[in-house]
Design a protein around this ligand. Structure first.
Ligand code: BGC
Length: 881
């Protein structure tokens, strides 16, 4: 028996994080046993467990999804833990030792905030020499620096993270980090180098910065013993980074720093310091540039081969005074470097040589880019450049591959989109003068993100910040942190407050996120209610201004194009219902019956009002857009007897649009799922395989390596469709990957069992693919599903169900056949009820045209190869000619 993925609060061996009551979790493999009979958790302050501070005893309740350690934790302490598991067949296993370490106690620090702002330095470096009378192997540095900081002890950087302390609502809370360090006997030298970061850069739409002054607080200690702390005895000098900001990049001139003077003690910004929640941002991948391009305009441009977030590191070897400049862009235009879509973000890196050869890279900024224009180097050697991909330290959990190269490329693009926008908080895009935590983008992508990577801890920090912002501003804002955009969010954006924690709970089966967010969730639902009440209490949310179905393609009026055609009151009321119902369910799970009754009754009233306003007596929806059908179906807003007819109406609506979607951020997230849920897999697959615009493969065909903000970010000839708001690395439309996991591969947690202890496996093969292989290292263990079409009527299916889990395998293509599977590996051969290797018959105009003999010469002339085009594809392609 192997016990793996032992985590505390969904992190491996967290050092200095805020832990609350810690919850440990584990997974089991390599056993003949099927389920866990019992488990026993041991916690000790010593790695050899000589003295236990907690022993759960042999417990049949101890769930591997999360078990609280009910111990009052001491500060500055590393707790070691392990778990012993007994399986139903009597097999035993014991895990390796894991640990979690607490940070400082609440309360005042020995260190004082120190600062320096008399000159206009962009990079103060605070320094101190201190003496230690013995070597200390395992000291700790506790530190927070604003804007962002790096700490060096005896010339070596502490830790390997970037852009600490991360980005959050700095008015409300500050995160400090903990580093494990070794102190020398004798003199030690500590330095903290600060840059502007999010705190001091002008972010967003010109709102005020969070702060205007650099400041630092730091302690070096081992438990109660203090070796060094910030105070007025520290000195400060100008560092060599002569300018830096998140959007504009960095200028570095080694040797330019000067002037040493005393630091001053200051107030800090007044917000509460607390142990970190942010995962460290690290260089998670290194890539070599693919090519050096000499463009028609005569520029030298590196092609990294993929869009990415991070920076380029390079060997600088230039004469003293030489200025090397790197500019970052996402696409080429007419073969030349292009970066106008970054708007005001300069996204440059400038190095002014002191004549020394050295490896250089930025410290306090990052870029979203594929191409790097290089100026100021007389010779460029590709091998001198390395792409460093930065994102928060998350583990991959899901894999998905098909036999179709374009779909695989799309999958890879979606993953890269996630990595590119998971730099401490979920951003809309990583390149232009925005890079902000837009709530709707985060909300629609969350499930995909959780399939791809273990995202619980990452989102939990974002949601904590949302709750903080809500406390500060009085409402959920459209962007978290708000960067001064303090107006209340509109529908779908603000509903992130309920949808995100709820979906995290369903995926991970950990109620803590609901407890953490409950107040924030309730306040959002109450805010919606208050807006409705102000407007007469109709139980419709008549929102006047919002982002609608952002970037949908179904509005006739080009001025309204961004918002799509779906009525705003309709959208808002749908989300008002959905959020209220989520709050009701959350109250039930948290054992609050009175709140459940209140929100449930309110949700029913909203649904009634919605039905009266938007559903005709015969069950037809009064708002006739794709997104209107999708939201009503997905959110359960329709009377039971109207579900099928509206799913049919959605399908018909798609067909009348040549089988194409025209949805924006909202409709797109659910479109394939509602189709499949209604048994219309073929329609969902058709959308996935469409190649015209709007479709996912349109971008793939034009060489995309990440997901674009707009369906038509590029025109078919490769020219950019517009400059003002056009990113090539926006993950929102990547939300379709959730459907791929849930339906194409068919992996779902069972509704009654959040966290995948029970799963529903319901793969949906389709003639467009020969095989799909998926695996998910779920919170409960590793599921795999692989299907392979052996003939057009036989499917080979391989399934793996993890230990202590159970799966219902449901096979719609084989007459709805069902199997109940316990832990183990299975292989089946199924006969389909009808051939799977062919497209279904569709009575579309092209199919009729093909039958029409007099038209054939014309088709030959204008539509070469028409005979080979499968029936539906033909209809589709013709419509796009
Ligand atoms: C962002 C989005 C965001 C939107 C709000 C854009 O500028 O990039 O992705 O959700 O504004 O409408």
């Amino acid at each position: 028996m192997k016990i793996f993925d032992c985590k505390t609060n969904h992190m491996t061996n967290p050092l200095g994080f805020y832990l609350g009551t810690p919850r440990v979790s584990w997974k089991v493999s390599d056993t003949e046993g099927k389920s866990q009979k019992n488990a026993r958790i041991y916690v000790s302050e010593t790695p050899n467990f000589t003295q236990l501070i907690y022993d759960s005893g042999v417990s049949e309740e101890a769930s591997s999804l999360g078990w609280e350690i009910p111990v009052k934790l001491r500060p500055y302490t590393r707790y070691y833990w392990k778990v012993a598991v007994e399986a139903d067949n009597g097999e035993h296993g014991i895990s390796e030792t894991s640990w979690f370490e607490t940070a400082k106690p609440d309360g005042p620090w020995d260190g004082q905030w120190i600062g320096y702002w008399e000159s206009d330095t962009q990079n103060p470096v605070f320094c101190k020499d201190f003496f230690v009378d013995r070597e200390v192997e395992d000291a700790r540095i506790y530190v927070c620096g604003l804007g962002v900081y790096e700490v060096f002890l005896n010339g070596e950087k502490c830790g390997d993270e970037y852009l600490a302390p991360g980005c959050n609502d700095y008015n409300m809370w500050l995160q400090y980090q903990t580093y494990e360090v070794r102190l020398k006997k004798g003199e030690n030298h500590i330095e903290a180098s600060l840059g502007n970061g999010w705190y001091k850069s002008s972010m967003g739409f010109g709102g005020p910065d969070y702060g205007s002054d650099f400041c630092l607080i730091l302690e070096i200690r081992k438990g109660e013993q203090l070796f060094c702390a910030t105070d007025a005895s520290w000195t400060v000098r100008h560092g060599d980074i002569i300018s830096n900001s998140i959007y504009n990049g960095e200028w570095y001139a080694p040797g330019s720093g000067q002037k040493i003077c005393a630091a001053k003690t200051v107030e800090g910004n007044g917000a509460k310091l607390m142990p970190r929640l942010s995962l460290p941002v690290r260089i998670k991948e290194k890539i070599r540039p693919k090519e050096l391009i000499h463009t028609p305009a005569g520029e030298w441009v590196l092609d990294m081969g993929q869009n990415m977030t991070g920076f380029v590191q390079f060997v600088a070897d230039a004469p003293k005074g030489a200025k090397i400049r790197l500019l970052h862009g996402e696409i080429l235009q007419e073969g030349n470097f292009y970066n106008k879509n970054l708007r005001s973000a300069k996204a440059e890196y400038v190095y002014i040589s002191d004549g020394q050869r050295r490896l250089v890279s930025p410290h306090f900024t990052y870029y979203g880019f594929r191409y790097v224009k290089i100026e100021g180097l007389s010779e460029i050697h590709l091998e001198d450049f390395t792409g460093c991909v930065l994102y928060s330290d998350l583990e991959d959990t899901g894999t998905l591959t098909t036999d179709h190269p374009k779909i695989n490329q799309l999958i890879s693009n979606i993953r890269r989109g996630q990595k590119s926008n998971f730099l401490d908080f979920p951003t809309d895009c990583p390149q232009r003068d925005e890079r902000m935590g837009w709530t709707c983008d985060a909300q629609v992508f969350l499930n995909t993100a959780c399939f791809n990577m273990d995202s619980y801890a990452f989102y939990s920090k974002y949601l904590w910040d949302m709750a903080m912002t809500q406390k500060e501003v009085g409402c959920v804002t459209e962007i978290i942190p708000a960067f001064g955009e303090n107006t209340p969010a509109c529908s779908a954006w603000g509903d992130a407050a309920t949808i995100m924690p709820w979906n995290l709970y369903l995926f991970y089966g950990d109620k803590t996120i609901l407890q953490q967010q409950y107040e924030c969730m309730k306040q959002w639902a109450d805010y919606e209610f208050s807006q409705d009440e102000k407007d007469g209490g109709s139980r419709l949310w008549k929102l006047k201004k919002g982002f609608g179905d952002w970037l949908a393609m179904d509005h006739d009026d080009p001025k309204e194009m961004f918002l799509g055609a779906t009525d705003l009151t309709y959208i808002s009321t749908a989300y008002y219902y959905y959020s209220t119902m989520i709050v009701a369910q959350t109250a039930r799970i948290l054992g609050n019956q009175a709140a459940y009754d209140l929100y449930f009754t309110r949700a029913c009233e909203i649904k009634d009002a919605f039905t009266k306003e938007y559903v005709t007596a015969s069950g037809r929806l009064a708002i006739n857009t794709q997104t209107a059908y999708i939201l009503a179906l997905y959110m359960g807003l329709l009377p039971d007897n109207a579900v099928e007819q509206n799913a049919d109406a959605l399908e018909a609506k798609l067909l009348s649009n040549n089988g194409y979607l025209n949805t924006g951020f909202l409709g797109t997230a659910y479109i394939c799922q509602v189709l499949s849920a209604a048994g219309k897999d073929e329609a969902a697959y058709r959308l996935l395989f469409n190649e015209g615009t709007p479709s996912w493969l349109y971008g793939v065909n034009l060489g995309a390596t990440t997901v674009w903000e707009r369906w038509n970010s590029l025109n078919p000839d490769g020219s950019i469709s517009s400059e003002g708001m056009n990113s090539f690395n926006h993950y929102a439309y990547g939300s379709v990957m959730e459907w791929m996991y849930r339906y194409m591969a068919g992996i779902n947690p069972a509704a009654e069992s959040p966290g995948f202890k029970k799963a529903v496996l319901t793969p949906r093969p389709n003639f467009r693919l020969k095989s799909v292989e998926a695996s998910l290292n779920s919170p409960a263990g590793i599921y795999t599903v692989g299907w392979h079409m052996e003939t057009d009527k036989t499917i080979r299916l391989r399934v793996q169900v993890p230990f202590d889990c159970e799966a219902r395998l449901i096979l719609p293509f084989s007459n709805g056949r069902e199997e109940l599977l316990r832990a183990g590996s299975y292989e089946f051969h199924y006969k389909a009820i009808k051939p799977l290797g062919e497209p279904p018959e569709i009575d579309g105009p092209f199919n009729r045209l093909k039958e029409c003999i007099p038209v054939r010469p014309l088709l030959d002339k204008y539509f070469a190869g028409w005979q080979n085009i499968p029936r539906f594809h033909g209809q589709d392609s013709l419509a796009r000619l």
